[in-house]
Each structure stands twice: as C-alpha cells, then as structure tokens.
Ligand binder design. Structure first.
Ligand code: SF4
Length: 319
C-alpha cells in the first residue's frame, strides 16, 4: 500500500499488532491507527496477528521500490513465530527488485532468528538478503547503546537506526557494547557482494543510515533542536546519509527567560532553553538549518550482480 512515510514507497503489513518495548512506544502510532480502524480488525492490538494471505502482495509490485515492512507491528515480536518470519524474509529474497526495510525494537530476537536460520546452512548467523535493510528504533542513548551492538551482529548489506521519537541526545560515535568499541558511523562502509540469503559475504560493519524525527500526537514529548543538529553533524562528519522526518508539528524557539509550564518544556542540561508551540505538521515542516535532510543510501547501487564500494558516499537525496 502506498505510504506517507517519507523514506518508503510502500508499507507491507504481514503482521498487525504489538506490545510496548520501551519508552519510545508510549504513544505508539500503530496502535492509534489500529484503534481508529477497529472495524477492520478481529483481534486486539496487543495480540500480534499474522496474515499469510498478504505474503504474495510484493509479487505484484513490478517496479523497484522501497518497502517498509510492518508499520503496524514489530516483525520480531516474541509472538511471531520464526517460521512465519522466515516466510516474510523469503518473500523479500524472491523480489530482488524491491528493497525491504525492517525496523525493530527487539534486535535480540532478530539476532536469534538469523542464528536459527544459520543453523540450516552451517553459519553462526545467517546474513539478511542483500535487498533487506535491517534497523533498530531507538529513542535515546540508553536504547541506542542497548540495541545497536546487537544489530551489528547480524550480517546485512545496510543497517540503519531510526531515532524516532527522539527523546534525548544521541551520540552514535560512542556506542559501546559487546563487540563494539569503535565509531559505528566510521565503520559504515559498503563492501559486499550479493550472495543471497544464508550465504556468507562481506557486509557493512557499521550503521549506514540514520533517520530522526519528533513525536506527534497528544502528549508528544519534547525534541530539542540541538539534539537533531548534533546527530546530523555526526552523520555528515562520517559521510553517513541522514534523513530528518521533521518537527512533528512543533515550532521550537529559544527562550532564555521563559517560565516553563510543564515537563515537556523542561530545559535539557547543557542545551539552549527552548519553548515550543504546536502549529501543525505542515507549517512546522521538515527544515533543519534552512534545508530538508532527505539523504538515503542509494538503492540503485544495490546491483545484485556486482560488489559495491562507497555506498554511503553515494547517498542521494530523495525527492
Ligand atoms: S515496537 Fe513499534 S509497533 Fe510495537 S508498540 Fe512499540 S512503537 Fe508500537
């Protein structure tokens, strides 16, 4: 189904429903959409439900496009069986013209899944197919620190992180964890040949793409513009594509002498005090320092027959 998500052309929801994984889920967008369309569903949102009849949908998309997998769930939710996840990944593998983007807040289960697949081909961890980009959602430094080191253990052509809703400053260059004692943005080089699902190939070693955005809807939490700016700067310094989804309807203004009324307006330590006002998504827009940030790894370089180098240097702007 065509989507308003700026960085994808289609959404594909073979699973619908989820339960919270962390503070970033507090105002779950998928749950809100689900509840608005209750008449379409025969189950509760908290009971993730698989839809095998949707597995053939991507076979009808003939032209290349970017497909966001499971905007209405988390594919790696513990209630989704590995056998079903395997079918989803195989559909992706069988549609190499399409680029599938999978985001999870449960990278441990994703790692377990690719280990499970690996067993059948004598690998510790099977790689994701070349046209499957895997990423984690993380809202602050604690979740980035927890999730990125696990994400990096799954071999993949492109790995990404979505910092949305951004609830605090995030320093990607200092992520630490098992197997990670390097700048994950610096390791974002692209050097792999497509050997397909289950066959080892040199893959990206770091984070290849960063998405960032504020929280929308009632109760939306504060996103300091300096947090966004600093994340953007980390990416540009390391030639990593950066995509800013926007201010989620809020206009932020410097307010040195402001009296802050509620917790959403709290001044972060070491940052310029700011206030914000809701002015609507369109008016608040997506500009950061006077321009839109629409960078995305160039999937047209994902030629399945050639090895690739320097993908992140060839990031292109998405119109
Ligand atoms: S993981 Fe995603 S879909 Fe699931 S509750 Fe959290 S925000 Fe919603």
């Amino acid at each position: 189904m065509p989507t308003k998500i700026e960085w994808a052309n289609e959404v594909w929801n073979p699973v619908v429903g989820c339960t919270p994984a962390s503070a970033g889920c507090d105002h779950c967008y998928a749950k809100r959409i689900f509840e608005r369309n209750l008449s379409f569903h025969d189950h509760k949102f908290e009971n993730p439900t698989t839809y095998p009849n949707r597995l053939d949908t991507p076979f009808h998309w003939k032209s290349p496009r970017r497909v966001f997998v499971n905007s209405m769930s988390d594919l790696f939710h513990p209630d989704v069986q590995f056998e079903f996840i395997s079918k989803v990944i195989n559909v992706a593998f069988l549609n190499p013209k399409l680029t599938f983007m999978i985001l999870t807040k449960r990278p441990s289960r994703m790692l377990d899944f690719f280990k499970w697949v690996g067993k059948s081909v004598n690998l510790d961890v099977a790689p994701a197919p070349a046209n499957v980009w895997i990423g984690v959602s993380a809202e602050n430094q604690a979740t980035v620190d927890e999730r990125i080191p696990i994400l990096l253990q799954v071999p993949a052509a492109v790995r990404f992180v979505s910092v949305e809703p951004m609830l605090g400053p995030v320093e990607l260059r200092k992520v630490k964890g098992d197997h990670v004692n390097f700048n994950v943005l610096e390791k974002s080089r692209f050097d792999y040949a497509n050997n397909g699902f289950g066959v080892g190939a040199p893959m990206s070693e770091g984070i290849d793409w960063v998405i960032c955005g504020g929280e929308s809807g009632s109760g939306a939490r504060f996103m300091h513009p300096d947090w966004v700016r600093k994340l953007r700067d980390q990416c540009t310094a390391n030639h990593v594509p950066f995509f800013f989804k926007g201010w989620a309807g809020f206009k932020y203004e410097a307010a040195n002498n402001a009296v802050f009324k509620d917790t959403h307006e709290q001044v972060p330590v070491d940052a310029q005090p700011m206030t914000r006002k809701f002015i609507g998504k369109k008016r608040a827009g997506r500009l950061l320092d006077g321009r839109e940030w629409n960078q995305i790894p160039n999937e047209s370089l994902l030629d399945r027959s050639r090895g690739l180098a320097g993908l992140t240097q060839n990031a292109r702007e998405v119109k």
